[in-house]
Design a protein around this ligand. Sequence first.
Ligand code: ADP
Length: 270
Amino acid sequence: MKNLSEELLVKPGSTPKLHKIDPSGTHGWGSKTAAAKQFQKNLDLLSVNQYRLYAENRRALLIVLQGIDAGGKDGTVRHVMAGFNPQGASVTSFKVPAGEEKQHDYLWRVHKAVPKFGEIGIFNRSHYEDVLVVRVHNLVPAHVWKKRYDQINNFEQMLHENGVHIVKFFLYIDRDEQKRRFEARIEDSAKNWKFSPADIEERKFWNDYTKAFEEAMEKCSKPWAPWYVIPANKKWFRNLAVSEVLVRTLEDMNLKYPKPAEGLDKLKFE
Ligand code: ADP
């Protein structure tokens, strides 16, 4: 099997060029059926590893999901979460800061949502919004958001050094695919609540978002918190690719069940 983790990794220190990556790419996976089989296997492996993480209770896994609108963050959460026991996993969706969030620094709400030891946390959007939407729409001056890359790196390094393993995914679709998905949302009564006319406005900023994503990944893909670009036009490949990287990440953590209590083998039951 190809090593998708290595192929999709934004190598620390490199500059990702999104126009050189094919959002419909499948990295040698020719058929949806073969991919679906591997995906199911991966879900089983995720489940086993989550149980070890829970039993060990000393480290956590934080999964960051970012993407352009309609990139498939919700779908990825739904599919990948199927591999996890909800007792020990959480999803946090970050919206426009409101209430108390607005009265704190931008990392405050993020730090509060970091998963506990033994658990897995998924961020549907994250602190990266503060160098993406905030940058694209000039919500703070440039000299403020430019400092955030270092701040984010320091924050993530601190988490890693204290047991929180981090993996970050950029779900990459192209403009045509976004258009198709928006149209599908408008037509489907079960989905049109997801569509807002503001989405059309955001589309105009496509190039600015591309630049902002590239810079965020260039500056913040680190050995302790790597970024992966997931070609996401094909949902079946997206699900497979995310699951492959997660399996690899958890296996690299070398999770072990704690040692049993001493004398357990000599216990006798009446
Ligand atoms: P989603 O698109 O994630 O399903 P929404 O439609 O509610 O959910 O969109 C959430 C919105 O919140 C997005 O437009 C996103 O850019 C915005 N957002 C998230 N974090 C921030 C932030 N820190 N500052 C400004 N806007 C943010």
